[in-house]
Design a protein around this ligand. Structure first.
Ligand SMILES: NC(=O)c1ccc[n+]([C@@H]2O[C@H](COP(=O)([O-])OP(=O)(O)OC[C@H]3O[C@@H](n4cnc5c(N)ncnc54)[C@H](OP(=O)(O)O)[C@@H]3O)[C@@H](O)[C@H]2O)c1
Length: 293
């Protein structure tokens, strides 16, 4: 019978919002935690709270997920420290008010929300497979349905909107989930994604401040981070999901995603371009619309 008690659960973006409540929920279930964070003070506070909540062990790792060399370094540290990774939860996410390119030349929302989990899953894959039955969980969003991936303008050089970039990254999350599930079929690793609900967190606070409605009005419609963590926690802990892979869940249960998210050609193209963008492909990407402008 599946249980996370004593198992290693690795989670990104656990120092605030939905991720923090997810980490504490896992701790209450007796999981050993491995946290990838960027803020040492917040991570140390979370470590203490997780131990109080019942986690037998908490390992802290630090990385800026927008920077590929940092993702590689932290993956090396994780592999050196953790003998097993039973559950990998990609939760960290951003909305960027202004267009920004990372040091790797990638639009930052795409870098943090899609390329970082893509690269982490690739670098940690053997350790996750070795722990089978194991689980990969990608925190996506229902806004994937509005997303569009323009491979000729991945950096939004032709025009940027915060939600255009966010929606694209979340469609990429779902396409990646389904493709990875296909690739890990019969290896004992399930891969699922989710929409956590519309939750009051830091994610949209800058965007809301600048939007005409203002944060207060939008916040009235939001649930809290505890509710936001419930679906991730279900995917991590529910024994009934032991063989369920390549699916998407909402707080109300399993749900289908947009037609584009099931497009096999789109998923394979995204995979290939993502490999090129993280430097894991045979030939580096120098084409127009790729990492380099
Ligand atoms: N809130 C919603 O309504 C909603 C709806 C659908 C989907 N989601 C998804 O839920 C996930 C969690 O979001 P949230 O709402 O809980 O937002 P949040 O409160 O802003 O938390 C985001 C987390 O990601 C971390 N993070 C951001 N950029 C990072 C970077 N460059 N390197 C390392 N860590 C970084 C943040 O670290 P710090 O603590 O250091 O800031 C924080 O822990 C995201 O994937 C988001 O897209 C949220």
């Amino acid at each position: 019978m599946w249980s996370v008690r004593g198992k290693v659960c690795l989670i990104t973006g656990a120092t605030s919002g939905i991720g923090r409540e997810t980490a504490l929920g896992l701790a209450r279930n007796g999981a050993r935690l491995a946290i990838v964070a960027r803020d040492r003070a917040l991570a140390t506070k979370l470590e203490a709270a997780a131990r109080r909540a019942g986690s037998p062990a908490v390992d802290l790792f630090f990385a800026d997920l927008a920077v590929q060399s940092d993702v590689r370094r932290v993956a090396g540290e994780i592999l050196a420290k953790l003998p097993a990774i039973d559950v990998f939860i990609s939760n960290a996410g951003i909305v960027m008010n202004e267009r920004e390119l990372t040091v790797d030349g990638v639009e930052k929302t795409f870098a943090v929300n899609h390329l970082a989990p893509f690269l982490l899953a690739k670098l940690l894959r053997e350790r996750i497979e070795a722990a089978a039955p194991s689980r990969i969980i990608i925190v996506a969003s229902q806004v994937e349905a509005r997303g569009a991936i323009d491979f000729d303008d991945l950096t939004f050089a032709k025009g940027y909107t915060p939600l255009g970039a966010y929606d694209r990254s979340k469609l990429a999350n779902v396409l990646f989930t389904y493709e990875l599930a296909r690739r890990l079929h019969e290896r004992g690793v399930t891969v699922n994604c989710l929409h956590p609900g519309v939750i009051a967190t830091n994610l949209l606070s800058d965007y809301e401040r600048k939007s005409r409605l203002g944060g207060k009005l939008l916040r009235l419609t939001h649930s809290g981070p505890k509710e936001g963590a419930a679906t991730t926690l279900r995917l991590a802990t529910d024994p009934k999901l032991i063989d369920v892979s390549g699916r998407h869940f909402k707080p109300t249960g399993e749900a289908r995603t947009s037609p584009a998210s099931y497009d096999l050609q789109l998923a394979r193209r995204l995979w290939e371009i993502s490999e090129q963008l993280v430097g894991e492909a045979e030939a580096p990407l120098h084409a127009k619309g790729g990492a380099l402008e």
